[in-house]
Design a protein around this ligand. Structure first.
Ligand SMILES: [Zn+2]
Ligand SMILES: [Zn+2]
Length: 358
């Protein structure tokens, strides 16, 4: 069964050109960016590398399915698939939240809060925002393999699922944002988009072949493939928890693991829920993604989500001066240190060569 074109069921933008003066240009960016997110049949996932490519891609380019042999429900039925509770994830989430809530006050100390903040930065900003999102999912900048493995370790310690699965589901989200092809479709309600989608089995999105098709480039790297196993993810988290307990006792264990995970889970999830419901649109994308300042503050810049959906291949997500994007600053810092290159920035004007072609 083949995948249908995710855009086929999309509604047209409802915004007018008075409030969104850049409508024509950025609609092109948005749609071309979306096309580039669909993984091809046999090649590793690639984004459009330059603005030039984005401009030159015809909007009517047919989308190919990642793998026609994948058995999934047709999109119009995906929403009605009976959802079976995933007891493993549900119990784990309950335990993490309960321990964080019940013991945060008992084991409070300044050093424990400090450890929580440092690890939140390393796993949330570097691991999730810079790593799983802007590097592994969208390839918005380049680093050496060694640096990508270090970033991948922080991604793993965020404990938001194996890297390949996170990347695959995020690419599915962009390919079918706010439709039945979106794993956390906000049209199913705030709670479902926020965390409800994680608590249920859904074969439509979790089929191993579909995950593989959407994360082929990650799985082609043997180290990232190994890091994408559940056993590695759980072991790494347990080793970190043990180290925290050995060094700082219960306060460091509780705050460095359980409180950190609970806070960072909800910060990340707010991008899928709040930033698809509340905020403003700078670009007329065909989805509900919004720029939300308080989600951006909680997520190191990820809350400028309308900007991101319009320009998914840009490493810079805060496009206006005041749209603070700490992750982008960290990527620029990596570049200054000679550790990152080819940083894509949607706010930079296309090169002259592109203008001539157009
Ligand atoms: Zn989104
Ligand atoms: Zn994204």
């Amino acid at each position: 069964m083949s995948f249908s074109h995710p855009q086929a069921s999309r509604k047209q933008p409802t915004h007018n050109s008075k409030t969104l003066p850049e409508i024509d240009n950025h609609t092109k960016h948005s749609q071309a960016g979306l096309l580039s997110l669909i993984p091809p049949h046999s090649e590793p996932y690639k984004h459009s590398d330059t603005h030039q490519n984005i401009h030159l891609k015809p909007l009517s380019t047919p989308i190919t399915s990642p793998n026609t042999s994948i058995h999934t429900h047709p999109p119009h039925l995906a929403h009605s698939i009976p959802c079976k509770l995933n007891w493993g994830v549900t119990l784990m989430m309950t335990a993490i939240h309960l321990i964080a809530f019940l013991f945060a006050y008992t084991y409070w100390s300044w050093s424990a809060v400090g450890v929580c903040m440092v690890l939140s930065f390393l796993t949330g900003c570097i691991g999730v925002s810079m790593g799983m999102h802007r590097l592994f999912s969208h390839r918005t900048f380049k680093v050496s393999k060694q640096i990508s493995y270090i970033i991948g370790l922080f991604s793993t310690l965020a404990f938001q699922g194996p890297i390949a699965e996170w990347v695959a589901r995020h690419r599915m989200h962009h390919a079918g944002s706010d439709t039945h092809e979106d794993p956390h479709n906000v049209k199913r309600g705030f709670f479902y988009a926020h965390m409800g989608w994680l608590l249920y089995h859904n074969d439509h999105f979790n089929h191993p072949n579909k995950i593989k098709a959407y994360s082929r480039d990650i799985l082609q790297d043997p180290v990232l493939k190994f890091m994408s196993t559940r056993i590695f993810m759980i072991t790494a988290q347990c080793v970190l928890a043990l180290l925290l307990w050995l060094i700082g006792g219960m306060p460091w264990l509780v705050w460095g693991t359980f409180v950190r995970l609970a806070i960072n889970y909800h910060s990340t999830w707010l991008v899928n829920s709040a930033a698809h419901l509340w905020g403003y649109k700078t670009y007329p994308t065909n989805d509900e993604a919004r720029n939300n300042w308080w989600v951006a503050l909680l997520t190191w810049g990820e809350g400028w989500h309308n900007n991101h959906h319009a320009h998914a291949s840009s490493a810079r997500i805060g496009h206006k001066r005041w749209e603070i994007d700490i992750t982008h600053w960290m990527i620029l810092l990596l570049a200054k240190l000679g550790l990152a290159s080819d940083i894509k920035d949607a706010t930079q004007k296309p090169k002259k060569k592109t203008a001539k072609i157009n």
